[in-house]
Design a protein around this ligand. Sequence first.
Ligand SMILES: Nc1nc2c(ncn2[C@@H]2O[C@H](COP(=O)(O)OP(=O)(O)OP(=O)(O)O)[C@@H](O)[C@H]2O)c(=O)[nH]1
Ligand SMILES: [Zn+2]
Length: 362
Amino acid sequence: MSLLPTMLERIARARVDLRMGLPVILTTGDTAILAIAVESLSAARLADLRDLGQVSLALTARRAATLKARVYDEDIARIAVPTDVELGWIEAIADPADDLQTPMKGPLTSARSGDATLPRLAIALVKSARLLPATVYVALENAGDFALKHDLTLLPQSATEPLLNKSSPLHPVAAARLPMEASQAGRLHIFRPEDGGEEHYAIEIGRPDRNTPVLARLHSACFTGDVLGSLKCDCGPQLRGALGQMGTEGAGVLLYLNQEGRGIGLANKMRAYSLQDQGFDTVEANHRLGFEDDERDFRLGASILRELGFSSVRLMTNNPGKIAMMEKTGITVVERVPLKVGENEFNRHYLATKASKSGHML
Ligand SMILES: Nc1nc2c(ncn2[C@@H]2O[C@H](COP(=O)(O)OP(=O)(O)OP(=O)(O)O)[C@@H](O)[C@H]2O)c(=O)[nH]1
Ligand SMILES: [Zn+2]
């Protein structure tokens, strides 16, 4: 018998550690780093890191571009943290909130030599913990002993990377009848991933025939739009519009994917909104934070559809990326059903940006 956690369990634990401000140890076997997410870094832990050696800061190339810092590792920049700077210096580099008041940060010296494999992995982990994509780290010797002594999570890079890049299998947990305004014949299914991540939902309307293409919608969570009726986006009207059409046709399936803020999480989405208040558009705001325009994993949608027994859909969307991803993951899209609802004076610019920069169909 072994109660030792599996790699998947260790990664889930590492996500929580990072959110709590605990360091995690990443190793290639030959080399190792001790990494802490900038978002949850405390002054005391920064001092601890400094006792261990030269502290570096890893950022995404997106964030580095805003800061005009040199990028020598394609998607990652590694920046030396001067020994005399305080925590606020690091936070201001990672978080764009005050970029406009203090545009000149640094000077920032990017590392050219050495390997970016482990800092890159640290950024991927921090992103999957829905934190700002920035991490501080120090090189570590005798990582195994250090991890044991300090009771820290240690992740070997070779076993972690493939699991982080893989879409976690989802399993049905519970389902029940749910009469709704859009249709009394509703049924809500809950799906839980194996990796300890967010649960996702499927709302089935009627009893759609599994052998013919089903009217389907992949909806990404939007607390502000879906629940609060925010006028900054079109999510609320799209959600209700899609359910309404399924109710009218008497059959359909709406996947409610908990990928808030195009996969960056609600806290980061609010950071993006704050940047939008400063004049940046939805894509620029994501980039300034260090994210790509869209960090969602649409493979989830395909796997839920398959689990429910569907293999072809009439997809309600204006986003060609969703259609491409469905087709790639083996779900046939026989028809695109446009879903143009909810345009108003507050979201007009947002919708225009999605059309011009993200290829959305008008
Ligand atoms: N990062 C970020 N996310 C946003 C912003 N506005 C809305 N969102 C999120 O964007 C997602 C909207 O996704 P969808 O409704 O699937 O929209 P879509 O990709 O445009 O595709 P279709 O609606 O199918 O055409 C939700 O997760 C929202 O929370 C924003 O300004 N920044
Ligand atoms: Zn929205």
